[in-house]
Design a protein around this ligand. Structure first.
Ligand code: RTP
Ligand code: MG
Length: 173
Protein backbone atom coordinates (compact mmCIF):
# COMPACT_ATOMS: atom_id res chain seq x y z
CA UNK A 1 0.00 0.00 0.00
CA UNK A 2 1.33 3.40 -0.86
CA UNK A 3 1.32 5.63 2.16
CA UNK A 4 1.24 9.37 1.60
CA UNK A 5 3.77 10.96 3.90
CA UNK A 6 6.10 13.89 4.11
CA UNK A 7 9.82 13.66 4.48
CA UNK A 8 12.56 13.96 1.90
CA UNK A 9 10.69 12.21 -0.92
CA UNK A 10 7.26 13.51 0.05
CA UNK A 11 8.07 17.17 -0.24
CA UNK A 12 7.90 17.21 -4.05
CA UNK A 13 5.57 14.25 -4.46
CA UNK A 14 1.86 14.58 -5.04
CA UNK A 15 -0.46 16.06 -7.57
CA UNK A 16 0.94 18.25 -10.32
CA UNK A 17 -0.83 21.54 -10.86
CA UNK A 18 -3.20 20.91 -13.75
CA UNK A 19 -6.17 23.13 -14.55
CA UNK A 20 -9.23 21.13 -15.54
CA UNK A 21 -11.47 23.98 -16.70
CA UNK A 22 -11.62 25.91 -19.94
CA UNK A 23 -11.53 29.67 -20.23
CA UNK A 24 -10.68 32.26 -17.67
CA UNK A 25 -11.46 32.58 -14.02
CA UNK A 26 -14.64 34.56 -13.58
CA UNK A 27 -15.30 37.19 -10.97
CA UNK A 28 -18.76 37.89 -9.55
CA UNK A 29 -20.23 40.43 -7.16
CA UNK A 30 -21.85 38.98 -4.05
CA UNK A 31 -23.73 41.04 -1.48
CA UNK A 32 -24.77 39.67 1.90
CA UNK A 33 -27.95 41.69 2.20
CA UNK A 34 -29.12 43.57 5.32
CA UNK A 35 -31.19 40.60 6.54
CA UNK A 36 -28.12 38.32 6.48
CA UNK A 37 -26.13 40.85 8.54
CA UNK A 38 -28.95 41.52 11.04
CA UNK A 39 -29.57 37.80 11.52
CA UNK A 40 -25.93 37.02 12.26
CA UNK A 41 -25.48 34.86 9.18
CA UNK A 42 -22.40 36.53 7.66
CA UNK A 43 -19.98 33.80 8.69
CA UNK A 44 -22.21 30.89 7.80
CA UNK A 45 -22.96 32.25 4.34
CA UNK A 46 -19.35 33.14 3.56
CA UNK A 47 -18.35 29.64 4.71
CA UNK A 48 -20.51 28.16 1.94
CA UNK A 49 -18.62 30.07 -0.72
CA UNK A 50 -15.24 29.25 0.83
CA UNK A 51 -16.16 25.59 1.26
CA UNK A 52 -17.02 25.40 -2.43
CA UNK A 53 -13.56 26.67 -3.35
CA UNK A 54 -14.48 30.15 -4.51
CA UNK A 55 -11.86 32.73 -3.59
CA UNK A 56 -12.68 36.04 -1.90
CA UNK A 57 -10.66 38.69 -3.74
CA UNK A 58 -12.40 41.78 -2.27
CA UNK A 59 -14.66 42.33 0.73
CA UNK A 60 -16.07 45.23 2.75
CA UNK A 61 -18.92 46.17 5.04
CA UNK A 62 -20.90 49.21 3.94
CA UNK A 63 -24.36 50.73 3.86
CA UNK A 64 -25.71 51.04 0.34
CA UNK A 65 -26.95 54.54 -0.54
CA UNK A 66 -30.19 54.97 -2.44
CA UNK A 67 -28.16 56.27 -5.37
CA UNK A 68 -25.97 53.17 -5.50
CA UNK A 69 -29.00 50.91 -4.97
CA UNK A 70 -30.71 52.57 -7.93
CA UNK A 71 -27.72 51.93 -10.18
CA UNK A 72 -27.21 48.38 -8.96
CA UNK A 73 -30.85 47.39 -9.47
CA UNK A 74 -31.56 49.70 -12.43
CA UNK A 75 -32.96 46.79 -14.47
CA UNK A 76 -35.82 46.50 -11.96
CA UNK A 77 -36.94 50.13 -12.04
CA UNK A 78 -40.71 50.32 -12.54
CA UNK A 79 -41.39 46.77 -11.34
CA UNK A 80 -43.97 46.35 -8.55
CA UNK A 81 -41.37 45.15 -6.05
CA UNK A 82 -38.88 47.98 -6.80
CA UNK A 83 -39.85 50.39 -3.97
CA UNK A 84 -39.71 47.60 -1.38
CA UNK A 85 -36.40 46.42 -2.82
CA UNK A 86 -34.91 49.93 -2.52
CA UNK A 87 -36.07 50.24 1.11
CA UNK A 88 -34.76 46.78 1.96
CA UNK A 89 -31.32 46.94 0.39
CA UNK A 90 -30.56 50.36 1.95
CA UNK A 91 -32.03 49.53 5.39
CA UNK A 92 -28.81 48.46 7.10
CA UNK A 93 -25.22 47.42 6.54
CA UNK A 94 -24.30 44.80 3.97
CA UNK A 95 -21.14 42.87 3.19
CA UNK A 96 -20.06 43.25 -0.42
CA UNK A 97 -17.48 40.95 -1.92
CA UNK A 98 -15.96 39.79 -5.16
CA UNK A 99 -15.62 36.03 -5.56
CA UNK A 100 -13.32 34.43 -8.12
CA UNK A 101 -13.23 30.94 -9.54
CA UNK A 102 -14.01 28.80 -12.58
CA UNK A 103 -17.60 29.59 -13.64
CA UNK A 104 -17.87 31.70 -10.48
CA UNK A 105 -21.04 33.46 -11.69
CA UNK A 106 -23.16 30.34 -12.21
CA UNK A 107 -21.58 28.48 -9.29
CA UNK A 108 -22.51 31.35 -6.98
CA UNK A 109 -26.07 31.51 -8.32
CA UNK A 110 -26.43 27.75 -7.77
CA UNK A 111 -25.22 28.05 -4.18
CA UNK A 112 -27.71 30.91 -3.60
CA UNK A 113 -30.76 29.15 -5.04
CA UNK A 114 -33.80 30.71 -6.71
CA UNK A 115 -34.99 34.20 -5.74
CA UNK A 116 -37.92 33.27 -3.49
CA UNK A 117 -37.04 31.53 -0.27
CA UNK A 118 -40.16 29.39 -0.30
CA UNK A 119 -39.15 28.02 -3.72
CA UNK A 120 -35.43 27.61 -3.02
CA UNK A 121 -34.49 24.00 -2.34
CA UNK A 122 -32.81 22.84 0.86
CA UNK A 123 -29.05 22.92 0.51
CA UNK A 124 -29.06 26.37 -1.08
CA UNK A 125 -28.44 29.52 0.96
CA UNK A 126 -31.88 30.92 0.24
CA UNK A 127 -33.45 27.49 0.73
CA UNK A 128 -31.85 26.92 4.09
CA UNK A 129 -32.11 30.37 5.67
CA UNK A 130 -35.29 32.11 4.49
CA UNK A 131 -38.86 32.01 3.23
CA UNK A 132 -39.15 35.52 1.75
CA UNK A 133 -39.02 36.90 -1.80
CA UNK A 134 -37.57 40.25 -0.68
CA UNK A 135 -35.42 39.28 2.30
CA UNK A 136 -33.48 36.61 0.45
CA UNK A 137 -30.11 37.09 2.10
CA UNK A 138 -27.74 37.29 -0.81
CA UNK A 139 -27.15 38.85 -4.21
CA UNK A 140 -25.04 37.37 -7.00
CA UNK A 141 -24.38 38.77 -10.47
CA UNK A 142 -26.40 36.98 -13.15
CA UNK A 143 -24.08 37.27 -16.20
CA UNK A 144 -20.52 38.27 -17.11
CA UNK A 145 -21.79 41.70 -18.21
CA UNK A 146 -23.67 42.23 -14.94
CA UNK A 147 -20.64 41.08 -12.97
CA UNK A 148 -18.33 43.58 -14.68
CA UNK A 149 -20.82 46.42 -14.23
CA UNK A 150 -21.66 45.61 -10.60
CA UNK A 151 -18.06 44.99 -9.47
CA UNK A 152 -17.14 48.43 -10.86
CA UNK A 153 -20.04 50.01 -8.93
CA UNK A 154 -18.87 48.60 -5.59
CA UNK A 155 -15.08 48.31 -5.84
CA UNK A 156 -12.18 50.26 -7.27
CA UNK A 157 -9.53 48.23 -9.08
CA UNK A 158 -7.13 48.81 -6.17
CA UNK A 159 -9.54 47.07 -3.79
CA UNK A 160 -9.39 43.77 -5.68
CA UNK A 161 -6.59 41.60 -4.35
CA UNK A 162 -4.69 39.22 -6.59
CA UNK A 163 -3.72 36.24 -4.43
CA UNK A 164 -3.46 32.51 -4.75
CA UNK A 165 -4.69 30.02 -2.16
CA UNK A 166 -2.09 27.66 -0.71
CA UNK A 167 -4.02 24.58 -1.84
CA UNK A 168 -4.47 25.47 -5.52
CA UNK A 169 -3.36 22.03 -6.72
CA UNK A 170 -6.01 20.33 -4.62
CA UNK A 171 -8.71 22.67 -5.87
CA UNK A 172 -7.84 21.93 -9.52
CA UNK A 173 -6.99 25.57 -10.04
P1 RTP B 1 -30.38 39.38 -6.87
O1 RTP B 1 -30.37 40.24 -8.12
O2 RTP B 1 -30.54 40.19 -5.61
O3 RTP B 1 -29.20 38.46 -6.83
O4 RTP B 1 -31.66 38.42 -6.91
P2 RTP B 1 -32.22 37.58 -8.14
O5 RTP B 1 -31.37 37.78 -9.35
O6 RTP B 1 -32.45 36.19 -7.66
O7 RTP B 1 -33.66 38.24 -8.34
P3 RTP B 1 -34.05 39.53 -9.19
O8 RTP B 1 -35.18 39.13 -10.09
O9 RTP B 1 -32.84 40.17 -9.82
O10 RTP B 1 -34.64 40.49 -8.07
C1 RTP B 1 -33.80 41.34 -7.33
C2 RTP B 1 -34.23 41.35 -5.89
O11 RTP B 1 -35.48 41.99 -5.75
C3 RTP B 1 -36.21 41.42 -4.67
N1 RTP B 1 -37.45 40.86 -5.19
N2 RTP B 1 -38.57 40.92 -4.55
N3 RTP B 1 -41.28 40.66 -3.77
C4 RTP B 1 -40.89 40.14 -4.92
O12 RTP B 1 -41.63 39.52 -5.64
C5 RTP B 1 -39.48 40.28 -5.29
N4 RTP B 1 -38.94 39.85 -6.41
C6 RTP B 1 -37.64 40.20 -6.34
C7 RTP B 1 -35.34 40.31 -4.10
O13 RTP B 1 -34.54 40.85 -3.02
C8 RTP B 1 -34.46 39.96 -5.27
O14 RTP B 1 -33.29 39.30 -4.88
MG1 MG C 1 -30.80 39.73 -10.05
Amino acid sequence: MHVWHGGHAGARAGLARRRDYKGDMEQTLVILKPDAVQRGLIGRIIARFEDKGLRIVAMKMMTISRELAGKHYEAHQGKPFYPALMDFITAGPVVAMVLAGPQAISVTRALMGPTRGWEAPPGTIRGDFGVSATCNLVHGSDSPESARREIALFFGPEEIVDWEPADVRWLGL
